[in-house]
Design a protein around this ligand. Structure first.
Ligand code: NAI
Ligand code: MG
Length: 359
């Protein structure tokens, strides 16, 4: 996905709540990384989200797709505010972005950074180093269904999951290839074929077929509930997780919780074929409970920015940012309240900038 000219055009959607606080932090880091790494990032801010909805009656302008398609990547904060129902903000913005830009991979690393105490006390950094490849375009979140007899005692809702051979195959292939490139070469496929006898049986069959092309990857399937428990009881046995849209959403909240805080975990919505820009964002939401106080942990947004650079072909800059994050966190001097400290977003950002500058 790298470009020869190394001048990247990045669309920035800071969004709502702490998205507006953590994305400026991430941009500051990206600018330092760019000047050290000899490339440039030109940021274009798009003021879309719930405030836009309040003013214009929609989450994004009608030509959002045409506006976004020419960017090299999208850097997203979080979408969601008390002014707009979550079903509207997700259904009219987050899901259309992921689906129309064919970002069919949702990639979420979950690592215990040295210096953070996991709620699973006694575990060390080497015990928690997982990455989830979540199907991001179909499955349980495809949006098919409806409601009838609204407001009556007979009211009924149907929500249908769609699983296609093509959709399962491409996400499985991405996950096996990722596992092949990691030291342990382990893959866990999350299924529930005992209870979901149509969709998850197809899932298992297609994963099994794809696995044959990757004989060096050790893999097995787990029912999703058992895998959820295993991530907590035996996290050191989990490396790459391959999961459907809903299962991946839930498992990655467990993964980021055991990594210390939701304020740390990043995510990428990746279009591996390069037909539209990929989009990088922290896993967390807009955190209305702490928004506006300047205390959100910017690490998830900074790490998401590093993933974006890696995707653009700037691996050394990614590695330098990760090293700076590890240096700051393991020094234990600067920590936001979610990690038990009293530092602000800008204290933490300044520490990472200093770490990066000294790296
Ligand atoms: P949330 O992730 O915003 O917050 C959950 C808890 O984690 C809160 O107590 C919050 O203070 C804490 N937290 C989250 N990020 C933090 C950070 N960087 N530093 C310190 N603490 C942090 O999830 P919640 O409360 O379920 O949702 C709030 C809003 O965000 C809703 O409108 C929801 O729809 C939206 N949302 C948007 C997402 C997106 O844009 N992709 C993802 C998840 C939620
Ligand atoms: Mg989620």
């Amino acid at each position: 996905m790298g470009r020869d000219d190394r001048n990247y055009r990045i669309a920035v959607i800071a969004g709502d709540g702490i998205g507006k606080e953590v994305i400026p932090a991430g941009i500051e880091i990206l600018e330092v990384a760019a000047s050290k790494g000899g490339f440039t990032c030109a940021f274009t801010e798009l003021p879309w989200g719930c405030d836009y909805h309040v003013a214009h009656g929609r989450m994004m302008p009608d030509d959002w797709y045409e506006q976004l398609i020419s960017f090299d990547a999208i850097y997203l904060g979080a979408i969601g505010a008390p002014t707009v129902p979550d079903s509207v903000s997700a259904r009219e913005m987050i899901l259309p972005l992921r689906q129309r830009l064919v970002q069919y991979v949702n990639l979420r690393p979950m690592r215990l950074i040295p210096g953070i105490t996991s709620p699973l006390a006694g575990r060390v950094a080497a015990d928690i180093d997982m990455i989830c490849v979540r199907e991001n375009s179909e499955g349980e979140y495809c949006g098919l269904g409806g409601r009838v007899h609204a407001g009556t005692p007979d009211e009924l809702a149907a929500q249908t999951g769609i699983f296609t051979r093509r959709g399962i195959e491409r996400i499985a292939r991405y996950a096996f290839r990722l596992a092949q490139g990691r030291p342990r070469k382990l893959l866990a496929s999350a299924t529930k074929s005992n209870a979901l006898q149509h969709a998850m049986v197809l899932w298992d069959e297609v994963v099994d077929e794809v696995a044959r092309d990757f004989p060096d990857v050790t893999w097995r399937k787990y029912h999703v509930d058992a895998l959820a428990a295993r991530m907590i009881t035996h996290p050191q046995t989990v490396d790459v997780i391959l999961a459907s849209n809903l299962f991946g959403d839930i498992l990655t909240d467990i993964g980021s919780a055991i990594s210390g805080s939701l304020g740390v975990g990043p995510g990428g919505n990746i279009n591996p074929d390069g037909t539209a820009p990929s989009m990088f964002e922290p896993i967390h939401g807009s955190a209305p409970d702490i928004a506006g106080r300047g205390v959100a942990n910017p690490i998830a947004a900074i790490w998401a920015g590093a993933m974006m650079l890696d995707h653009l072909g700037e691996r050394p800059a990614h590695d330098a940012i990760l090293a700076a994050i590890e240096k700051v966190i393991s020094a234990e001097a600067v920590r936001t309240p979610d990690l038990g400290g009293s530092a602000t977003t800008s204290d933490m950002t300044r520490a990472v900038v200093a770490g990066l500058a000294g790296a």
